[in-house]
Design a binder for this molecule. Structure first.
Ligand code: DGT
Ligand code: CA
Ligand code: CA
Ligand code: ZN
Length: 579
């Protein structure tokens, strides 16, 4: 359990206590502890065995320590579990609706004993909520709109959240005797930036006979974070988790595992095209097997590899299965050698305590070295980002000095001195050219005035690209997934200019950004624009998020050659000082 998951449980518990009408002191102690855990720079799981160190965190007292210990021991909190039993776990969903806080939920519960989203929606439509104290017609309409937004957004989850849920469930499933192989399929396996529902495939001895499968399905249904079962069959169970995520678990006999994995990995468009190819070659393809059309005898099914091979195709990596030319390429043996994490030799976008990061230059360097990187860059914010304590010219120069010293002290990794400079509303950069020229690399990013007209935003970005000190455009579209749309501009004009001025585009790996996305990355490649895959880490633990960027790059057909931070340090440094 990482700090963020612990904080979530504590926040939820605070809200539930408030719904339950408990005293405010107790409620506050949970909120304070949640905040303390959330902001704590070391992971609680690493220090939980040493109570003194946990108690040293301000906001955590003896009672809370006991809670944390229970969380690590049992994976749950009795206080929360009891409240969830009393009010039903659907209450947690309700709390996620914008503008619907514990107080209102408590009122609704007292009056109508309703604790789920559908129920509250119904009450609002029937005009029953306006009768509650401090509610009115306007309030009711607003709530209906918020429920609509919630449905739209809550339908999908970020890739990292989906991955975490999949890993937890996999660990649980692995404990059942006779489950030999457990694999996520669907959009998660294809590395999509968001996931609608989880598709988990299981095979092994326990999936062979009907009696065994029945027992196995019963075991799955006992999974603790499960909220309710949506459907259950002989070899499948669908359920909703407390997080709101839906899951399909399928039990498969080993001889059709490959066919099922192929089918349920999708995408649907890829499957349709592949089945057409199979038919043309005299086969049928479904989730059970690839079979001869006439005799119906299976010719492949145990592995995906044998299915693609029988269809006279090179093996197609899951990330490419979107019916965007991959089947043709597999036939002609021209699939790209996709980038892998091992190809990356450095991460060149990260922040430190000097601005809004949580670790020092040295700590970031140690963490980067531990990952096996040969180089890295410290790129703190500039002064326009006042809330992040951004650097002005003078502080930036002093920071360069510190980075250079740290670089001298540290063997085994090259620490480049960089900056993430704001592109101001008119396209001017936030630091003087003189200071920027002294940097090893300059990432220029938009962090303000997102709502400009597209023409103005395009001009703004073009000006930044034309500045000879700029090496990379950071998180180029500014989108925050499930929260904020990209700002509007002419992507083609920007890519053309970037190619001309040899400015690279960032692929920001932070899961809520993943910016550029797969479509834009492919476009960039076609225009000859180079990419740099970064994490934008604000903590040493963020460096591992690079894998989401790598997945996105693979979805865009990118190879080692398309990505600058696969270069050796000297060559990379040169590519940053191009103009
Ligand atoms: P998601 O869950 O919206 O993020 O996206 P997927 O791709 O995981 O879609 P999902 O969960 O509806 O279905 C999993 C896979 O099952 C999908 O990628 C392909 C396969 N599949 C589902 N429905 C169909 C279908 O009607 N025809 C074919 N050929 N395949 C399907
Ligand atoms: Ca899915
Ligand atoms: Ca599904
Ligand atoms: Zn930024």
């Amino acid at each position: 359990m990482d700090n963020k998951s612990i904080a979530t449980v504590l926040y939820e518990t605070a809200d539930l206590l408030e719904i339950d009408g408990q005293d405010s002191f107790r409620i506050r102690s949970y909120r304070n502890a949640a905040q303390a855990v959330e902001n704590h720079s070391e992971q609680i799981k690493d220090i939980i065995a040493e109570p003194k160190r946990v108690l040293a965190i301000s906001g955590i007292g003896k009672g809370m320590l006991v809670n944390l210990q229970e969380l690590f021991k049992d994976g749950r909190l009795t206080v929360q579990a009891e409240l969830l039993e009393k009010y039903h776990p659907s209450m947690l969903q309700l709390l996620k609706i914008q503008g619907l806080g514990p107080k209102t939920i408590s009122l609704i519960w007292s009056a109508y004993k309703v604790s789920d989203v559908d129920g509250v929606e119904k009450l609002a439509r029937e005009g029953k909520l306006r009768e509650l104290p401090r509610m009115g017609e306007k309030h009711e309409a607003k709530l209906l709109k918020a429920i609509e937004d919630f449905r739209r957004i809550s339908g999908r989850f970020l890739i990292d959240a989906a991955e975490t849920e999949a890993e937890k469930l996999t660990q649980y499933l692995a404990k059942f005797p006779g489950f030999d192989k457990i694999t996520p399929a669907g959009s998660l396996r294809r590395g999509r930036e968001t996931v609608g529902d989880l598709d988990i495939l299981v095979t092994g001895k326990a999936c062979v006979s009907e009696a065994q499968r029945e027992k196995a399905v019963q075991y799955v249904a006992q999974y603790l974070p499960l909220m309710d079962v949506i459907g259950q069959g002989d070899n499948k169970i669908s359920f909703r988790l407390r997080s709101g995520m839906q899951v399909d678990v399928r039990l498969l006999p080993p001889e059709s595992f490959g066919a099922a994995l192929q089918y349920f990995t999708g995408s649907k468009a890829h499957n349709v095209a592949l089945r057409q190819r199979a038919l043309k070659m005299g086969y049928t393809l479904n989730e059970y097997s690839l079979a001869d059309l006439e005799t119906e005898n299976p010719v492949a099914g145990r592995t995906e590899e044998e299915i693609y091979a029988k269809l006279k195709l090179d093996y197609i990596p899951p990330e490419l299965r979107e019916n965007l030319g991959e089947i043709d390429a597999a036939e002609r043996h021209t699939l790209p050698m996709l980038i892998t994490q091992d190809d990356l030799r450095g991460d060149v976008h990260m922040h430190t305590v000097e601005t809004d990061g949580k670790n020092t230059i040295e700590e970031m360097a140690e963490a980067a070295k531990a990952r096996g990187y040969k180089y890295m860059a410290i790129t703190d914010h500039s002064k326009n980002l006042a809330f992040a304590n951004g650097l002005d010219d003078q502080r930036a120069l002093a920071h360069i000095q510190r980075i250079r010293e740290a670089n001298q002290q540290n063997d085994g990794i090259t620490i480049f001195a960089g900056i993430e400079v704001d592109i101001l509303a008119d396209g001017e950069l936030d630091l003087s050219d003189d200071v920027l020229a002294q940097m090893d690399l300059v990432i220029a990013s938009v962090h303000s005035a997102f709502n400009q007209e597209p023409e103005k935003m395009t001009e703004r970005l073009l000006r930044a690209i034309e500045n000879p000190n700029v090496s990379i455009i950071g998180h180029p579209t500014g989108r925050i997934q499930l929260r904020r749309d990209a700002y509007r501009f002419d992507m083609n004009a920007i890519l053309t200019a970037a190619a001309k001025h040899k400015v690279a585009m960032e692929l920001n790996s932070y899961p809520d950004r993943l910016d550029l996305n797969d479509v834009h990355l492919r476009q960039a490649k076609q225009r000859g624009v180079k990419i740099v895959i970064n994490t934008d880490s604000h903590h040493t633990s963020h460096l591992e998020k690079i894998r989401y960027g790598v997945l996105q790059a693979r979805r865009a057909w990118l190879t080692k050659e398309d990505i600058l931070n696969t270069l050796p340090a000297q060559k990379f440094a040169k590519s940053m000082k191009h103009q």
